[in-house]
Design a protein around this ligand. Structure first.
Ligand SMILES: [Zn+2]
Length: 122
């Protein structure tokens, strides 16, 4: 329960704080842009089943892969265009949020598929 609350808090509420940090004047508009970065989860539609409890998104879905994630972080650091940079920040933070969820799952379950997210990393 705490895991679920934390996950959705980070995905929907905490990004409001990021938007406020990013631009105190236009933070509501930027919050909406950050909310729109949730569309990255559309890659879940490409697999069957679409939702599986205990499955870690990181390294499983295309837009959550180890090939895509570095682009989000590099974009967040180096892209100068304010809106595109914010989108990259949103995507990078989305991956951090999903990763926290994976670590949390992994800590509770040795056999669930969250374990796959960490295979080969250490
Ligand atoms: Zn995700």
């Amino acid at each position: 329960m705490l895991q679920t609350i934390t996950h959705y808090f980070l995905h929907f509420i905490f990004i409001g704080a990021i938007a406020y940090w990013y631009d105190k004047t236009n933070w509501k508009k930027y919050w909406l842009i950050l909310l729109a970065t949730m569309l990255v989860d559309l890659d879940h539609l490409l697999v069957t089943p679409i939702f599986s409890p205990g499955r870690c998104s990181i390294r499983f879905h295309y837009l959550h892969s180890e090939y895509a994630i570095p682009f989000y972080f590099l974009g967040a650091m180096f892209i100068k265009h304010k809106i595109i940079r914010l989108v990259m920040i949103g995507l990078a933070f989305h991956m951090i949020t999903d990763f926290i969820d994976c670590v949390w799952m992994y800590s509770k379950c040795e056999e669930c598929s969250a374990k796959e997210a960490f295979e080969g990393l250490w």
